[in-house]
Structures are given as C-alpha cells and as structure tokens.
Design a protein around this ligand. Structure first.
Ligand code: CO
Length: 291
C-alpha cells in the first residue's frame, strides 16, 4: 500500500488541478489568445503551490494532443473544439486532467468522451483489467455514433514520470493488465467523427529529456543545466531562454538526449474531443483526485 504522505501529495496536486481547470475553462472564448490561456494556467498552478507537470496543452479541432502556443504565438480562439490538457505535480507526484470546451457547436462529440470517462471510472477497482476499461470506452463512444482515437491511450503515473505503465487503452484490446490497489492512473478517452487515428504533424513546441548523455558543446551544456529542473517531464520551447535555441534543441534531439512531441492530428481531419481524470485505484473502486 502506498505511503500516506505520498497519497497526500497526489491529492494536493489533484486539488490544485481541479481549481485551475475551472478557472481556465472560463478563459476560453472566441477572440482570446491561446498564449494568454496557457500562461494563465501555468502561472495559476504555481500561485496555488503546484508545479506544471507539462506545458498547458491547447489542442483545437482535429488536433488531438501536444499543441501548445509558441513564445510569439498570436492565434486566438475561433469556433473551435478546444481541448485543455493540464498537469500539476507536487514534489514529482502528478495529477493529469483534460476537458473539452466547445465553441464549435458539437455538444454530442463532447458528451461521448465525457460519458466514456464516467463509464470507465465506474468499473475501476483493484483486479479490473485494462482491457475491460478499453471495451467500456470504445462501446460508449460508439453508442454516440463516434469512434475512439485508437492510437492514444491513458497511462499510469509515477514520480516525475507522466507516462508510466500500464497504458489504458481507449478501444478493445486482446490482452490487458490487472490494476492493483494503489495504482495511480490517468484515463483519457478521445472521441472523433474522423477515422479514429492520429499522426504527428508539423513542428514541435513540447520536448522532454529522454536520456542524459555527456555533451561537449557549451550551448548544449547550458541548455541541459536549464532543463535539470524538469527532470524527465515535458517542457515547452517557450519556457526556455537559451540563445540559438532551435539549433541546440535539434542537436540534442539528434543525439537522442531530447525527444520532441509534434502535434498529433486526426488523420482525416475529424474533430476530436477528450476527457481525462486521474484516479487512485482502490480495493472497492477508485478515488478521483482531479475532480
Ligand atoms: Co494524460
């Protein structure tokens, strides 16, 4: 069983996250700059005593995930389907949540991912298989006439690790793993009116350190020094101040030190909705920490 002090940190991260999410949703209106919302979210997390576990993701329409504004981004919200994916950590213990704000008048697509999340949470308890969760998610989304995004999954969470085992499928899979009491998992169904598959598209604004290696170039060393505080968690390019930043990021990515996360877009341009909560698995059910 997990240490009570650790559980307390997860719950604190979740509480901060729920408060920040509620404030962030109010900011998403036509004409508002995306950068303003991302910076608002990240600042509010810190004000409330947490640390962003990853950059505030603001993915719109056929973008499913990994979009975050660049430092000089001037784009504003239009009649978009807006996914806010937000993470907070307290001493490395992460809570992860996502909500879709609909400025596009597609309420049923949003209900599909929200209902899938509710139905999935309903069956979580020690001993349930992740395959059963995937089945419930796919079935619920299909009932609304949509498809789950098959190649995006929920995930376990660990200290300073955002995507730990086990992965939580959003569709039927042959083989699952059984959850245990004390597991911390993020369940995040994505529903779409498209093909149900996403691919990487365009330049990345999000990176993380994947494997530390000795590097020679002073500029690369300087950047790695700046990145130390993020450990292995994702960070945004706009958070960094290094000179010749693109050059150094590319160099470190080529060496395998950094990994980039390009925007994931729906393959046929379908709209995508997402809902996500982080839960602690218990003997008889689960506790939602990001509610
Ligand atoms: Co997540």
């Amino acid at each position: 069983m997990m240490d009570a002090k650790i559980l307390e940190k997860y719950r604190k991260a979740g509480k901060i996250l729920a408060e920040v999410r509620a404030e962030a949703v109010k900011k998403v209106r036509p004409g508002v700059p995306l950068l303003e919302v991302a910076e608002f979210v990240e600042a509010l997390i810190k004000e409330n005593g947490g640390v962003p576990a990853f950059p505030c993701n603001i993915s719109r329409n056929d973008e499913a995930a990994h979009a975050t504004p660049s430092a000089n981004d001037i784009s504003v919200f239009g009649e978009d389907m807006v996914k806010l994916d937000i993470g907070v950590h307290v001493d490395g213990y992460i809570a992860d949540t996502a909500i879709t704000v609909d400025l596009s008048e597609n309420p049923e697509l949003i209900k599909a991912s929200e209902a899938a999340l509710e139905n999935a949470i309903e069956i979580v308890h020690a001993g349930v298989s992740t395959a059963e969760i995937g089945d419930v998610i796919e079935k619920t989304i299909n009932e609304f006439g949509y498809k789950p995004v098959a190649n995006l999954t929920g995930h376990g969470l660990d200290r300073y690790v955002q995507h730990a085992a086990p992965s939580i499928p959003n569709r039927h899979v042959e083989q699952g793993v059984r959850l245990k009491a004390g597991d911390i998992i993020a369940i995040e169904p994505f529903a779409t009116n498209g093909a149900g598959h996403v691919s990487e598209s365009g330049a990345a604004e999000i990176y993380r350190v994947e494997r530390l290696k000795p590097v020679r170039s002073p500029a690369a060393r300087e950047l790695l020094k700046e990145l130390e505080k993020y450990k292995m968690l994702p960070f945004a390019k706009r958070w960094l101040h290094q000179v010749r930043l693109d050059f150094v990021l590319n160099q470190l990515e080529a060496m395998g030190v950094l990994r980039s996360y390009p925007v994931l877009k729906e393959d046929v341009g379908g709209l995508v909705s997402q809902a996500e909560h982080t839960v602690i698995v218990e003997k008889e059910g689960c506790q939602i920490i990001s509610r």
